[in-house]
Design a binder for this molecule. Structure first.
Ligand SMILES: [Fe+2]
Length: 229
């Protein structure tokens, strides 16, 4: 959502439009997670902070009950723990939780080893958009194993709403029907297909799995993870 930082909002105007859309759809707390991938986006930590401050100012002027927090989405690479330790890469709102992603064709054994590396360094990985990986397939034994290790499983609203095609959408529904995801989030990048509105998604999850589970993965668990309970 932060404008001009990575492949998210292209500029300030789109960023503010995204915040307005999120608020209008009922969202009252957002943890902004710009990509942390120095090889691809360069060092964006300073610009992320200043754009976040700008967004924060806009939000506090207009929306008294909107809360904003900062984190990163860490694209895993060997040695990335150093970036977490130094603070160059942010955990989710300064907690022990780290949102982490990989290339979509990464083999499961490599993903598991990477997540173990983060765990053994004292962090709790939130494995981002699990539905988008080739190696993650029904009956999702791999994900059960990761959950047993203490890893949090996250899915995207875009996937559930069909933005990545029928196959990914079906996989996301299967994940929900097995009550595997711990968190559902927007992964908003713009005001287009990857938009920040979560209201449609909340209705779908409620219909598929009931209001309690929808509330758990869209409110309670994300709040716990970013430490705002
Ligand atoms: Fe990602």
């Amino acid at each position: 959502m932060l404008g001009g930082v990575d492949d998210g909002a292209r500029d300030t105007a789109q960023m503010l439009e995204m915040l307005d859309a999120a608020y209008e759809s009922g969202t009252r707390a957002i943890c902004l997670t710009p990509h942390f991938n120095p090889a691809y986006f360069g060092d964006t930590s300073a610009v992320s902070e200043s754009v976040f401050a700008q967004l924060h100012e806009y939000a506090s002027e207009r929306y008294a009950d909107m809360r904003l927090y900062l984190g990163n989405e860490l694209f895993y690479y060997d040695g990335c723990v150093n970036a977490l330790v130094s603070g160059a890469c942010r955990t989710l709102n300064g907690t022990r939780y780290v949102l982490v992603d990989f290339n979509f064709d990464t083999p499961f054994l490599r993903i598991r080893a990477a997540l173990r590396d983060l765990l053994s360094s004292g962090y709790i990985p939130v494995f981002a958009h699990v539905e988008r990986y080739e190696c993650i397939k029904p009956p999702f034994r791999e994900l059960m194993e990761l959950r047993e290790m203490g890893i949090k499983i996250q899915i995207n609203s875009t996937s559930l709403c069909g933005g990545w095609g029928r196959g990914i959408q079906k996989k996301t529904v299967k994940l929900l029907k097995k009550y595997i995801p711990d968190v559902l989030a927007s992964d908003a990048h713009s005001t287009g297909t990857r938009h920040p509105r979560l209201d449609e998604c909340e209705s779908i999850v409620s219909e598929l799995c009931g209001n309690d589970y929808a509330d758990a993965i869209m409110h309670t668990e994300p709040s716990k993870i970013i430490g705002i309970n």
